[in-house]
Design a protein around this ligand. Structure first.
Ligand code: PMP
Length: 375
């Protein structure tokens, strides 16, 4: 029959590099406290919901037409936001937007990576970098981090010199460790990457609004091969919106348009994102609360007796458990107490997203109990 389940993916004539692979995604389990996907726990405020309805209604009246293919109004407002918060003036010409920063990263790899080319990331890091590389036929090189999960500049420079990758990913703050990267490190790796190839350096700042440090946006000045990638999924509390963006030299913005699908950003998406940007100040207020809660999680986890990696993001990496088996067991025991955290496959460590104060209390109670049990 049409739905004969004895036929699987590998029976189809798919690309060899996709054989035997699973799709990316954390388990979406229905438990009371979900602190596993680095989402913002606060629903959008009602006045913003009303404004979205208004702007979407306006957009709906024109849905018989294709949307603005160049998303000029949205890119202009994103540029204004970056200029206001990033200590560096940018304009519509410096900004490009797509459906989540994942699509931004995919477009970058379609443009600057691809068959016969390679990309490097410093792992553990955001695993989608490697998966988007695979999906675009880009070879993947796993670069090193030190024991404290920082980018080891000398080792990284050496890996870049040896491999001469076409694309270098630097995630700051890093996911899943929370570690921020110094501007000097980015500059050193940029120099190494230019000397080796030259290559495109992508700084993934998905979590930068939660950082103790400023954005690395000013570094794009005079560096046409440096890209800053951002998202509205975290700080703007709009993971469901699917809106990511980049800031770079206008030539990079021109280049990604060679691979973008025409009208990739729907009129509904553009209208919703514009409404959210009107409420930036309120949304950044939630970010401040989450930073306080993040710092509280770090402090209390240490008091309980866990090791914690210093965090500049809206999540915290904690451990140590006894290798991969230990972290998986701990993950299950925390889940048994109704709290879902993330096992990112970093042996001995788990990651918890900062939630509301109540959610964080529930998490802390669960790990306090776990600690008692394991002592
Ligand atoms: N970069 C990093 C480091 C992330 O952790 C994430 C989301 N988990 C993304 C990019 C992608 O986010 P989005 O596509 O929702 O913008």
């Amino acid at each position: 029959s049409t739905n004969d389940r004895t036929v699987g993916i590998d029976d189809l004539p798919i690309r060899d590099e996709l054989r035997g692979k699973s799709p990316y995604g954390a388990p979406q389990l229905d438990v009371p406290v979900q602190l596993n996907t680095n989402e913002n726990p606060y629903p959008l405020p009602e006045p913003l919901v009303a404004r979205i309805a208004e702007r979407v209604a306006e957009a709906a009246r024109g849905l018989n037409r294709y949307p603005d293919r160049d998303a000029i109004e949205l890119r202009t407002q994103l540029a204004a936001y970056l200029t206001k918060t990033g200590r560096h003036p940018v304009t519509v010409e410096n900004v490009w937007a797509a459906n989540g920063s994942n699509e931004v990263l995919q477009q970058l790899l379609q443009t600057f990576g691809g068959p016969g080319r390679t990309a490097i990331g410093f792992e553990p890091s955001y695993s989608m970098h490697a998966l988007i590389a695979r999906g675009t036929g880009t070879g993947w090189i796993s670069g090193p981090r030190d024991d404290d999960f920082r980018v080891d500049v000398t080792a990284a420079e050496q890996a870049i010199a040896e491999n001469a990758p076409d694309v270098v990913f630097i995630t700051s703050p890093n996911n899943p460790t929370g570690t921020a990267v110094e501007a000097e490190t980015v500059l050193a790796l940029y120099e190494a990457a230019q000397a080796a190839k030259p290559s495109l350096v992508v700084v993934d700042e998905a979590y930068v609004e939660f950082s103790h440090r400023d954005s690395l946006l000013p570094l794009i000045e005079g560096r046409p091969n440096l890209v800053i990638s951002r998202t509205m999924s975290k700080a703007f509390g709009a993971a469901g919106l699917r809106l990511g963006y980049l800031a770079a030299h206008p030539a990079v913005v021109d280049a990604v348009q060679l691979v973008r699908l025409p009208y990739h950003l729907s009129a509904v998406t553009q209208a919703t994102a514009l409404a959210a940007l009107e409420h930036t100040d309120t949304l950044l207020g939630y970010v401040e609360q989450l930073k306080t809660e993040r710092d509280r999680l770090v402090d209390e986890l240490r008091v309980i007796g866990y090791e914690v990696t210093a965090s500049d993001a809206n999540f915290v990496q904690f451990g140590r458990f006894d290798g991969a088996a230990g972290s998986h067991e701990a993950w299950q025991k925390i889940l048994d107490r109704g709290v879902l955290v993330r096992d990112n496959g970093v042996p001995g460590w788990l990651r918890v997203t900062a939630g509301t104060p109540e959610e964080n209390d529930a998490f802390l109670e669960a790990v306090r109990a776990l600690k008692k049990e394991q002592q």
